[in-house]
Design a protein around this ligand. Structure first.
Ligand SMILES: Nc1ncnc2c1ncn2[C@@H]1O[C@H](COP(=O)(O)OP(=O)(O)OP(=O)(O)O)[C@@H](O)[C@H]1O
Ligand SMILES: [Mg+2]
Length: 235
């Protein structure tokens, strides 16, 4: 694959004694939008957390532009150019919308994203910039979480279930922002439980099942039967 940014080889991840990932391989190239799908507990969030230092993994299991980065501190990984929109949004409850966004610029790198560009993309955030972040609707909070990650000007953005709990119209609004996000060649990983949405917006996908990659490939080449077998584990 050309221009590989992230390369994961034989990744194993544990919570205490419980193993969550079993020898996972994963790749992300520059400018790609890749989807990761899978049922509850398949290991999607654990994969993203392993890539961003929130779950400790062996140094050599994750390479960023060829450099081993597994297990580095989360802040160090953000400064290298990998940012995550966590599952459940996780805004700082005591901070306003704008303060939440600015929190994302603590590990700021050079790049196109700043408050004014974010506010152009999601004007409602500018209108509500002085309100507590957690007083916003779920969809607006998701926009803040996405904006906070973009404020670090990442080269790769990892999004954990952007659509969870949101109304279809709000999901559409958020995904319609993707072309603006990828316009300058940013790579994006989206974790999604909505398989047809994942297939629509991405070119390539990985399906996880019980901590393993059960299927991967170009979305256009994968049949619905293949995907549901890989997703649910039915033979
Ligand atoms: N903090 C934790 N402590 C112990 N086990 C955990 C923890 N977080 C996740 N696990 C376990 O790791 C496995 C993978 O979980 P993970 O959260 O990565 O799944 P997921 O695919 O993101 O699921 P979901 O769709 O529900 O978000 C599951 O068996 C889960 O129970
Ligand atoms: Mg999850």
């Amino acid at each position: 694959m050309n221009d590989v940014l992230l390369q994961v080889r034989g990744l194993e991840a544990f919570y205490g004694d419980a193993q969550a990932l079993f020898g996972m391989d994963f790749e992300l190239a520059k400018g790609e939008l890749v989807a990761v799908i899978g049922a509850n507990g398949a290991g999607k969030s654990t994969l993203l957390k392993s890539l961003t230092g929130l779950v400790r993994v062996p140094r050599e299991a994750v390479r960023w532009k060829g450099e081993p980065i597994g297990g580095l501190a989360p802040g160090e990984i953000v400064r290298k150019g990998l940012a995550m929109v966590p599952e459940g949004r996780r805004l700082f409850p005591s901070l306003s919308v704008e303060e939440n966004l600015l929190a994302g610029s603590l590990a700021r790198r050079a790049g196109p994203w700043n408050l004014s560009r974010l506010y152009r993309m999601f004007p409602i955030l500018q209108e509500k910039r002085h309100q507590p972040g957690t007083s916003l609707s779920g969809g607006q909070q998701q926009m803040v979480a996405l904006g906070r990650a973009l404020m670090s000007n990442p080269e790769a953005l990892l999004c954990d279930e952007l659509s969870l709990g949101l109304a279809p119209i709000v999901i559409r609004e958020i995904y319609e922002a993707m072309p603006q996000i990828t316009a300058e060649g940013m790579s994006v990983v989206i974790v999604e439980q909505d398989v047809s949405l994942a297939q629509r917006v991405s070119r390539r996908l990985y399906c996880l099942q019980e901590g393993r990659v059960s299927l991967q490939g170009e979305c256009s080449t994968l049949s619905r039967e293949q995907i549901s077998r890989a997703y649910f584990g039915m033979e």
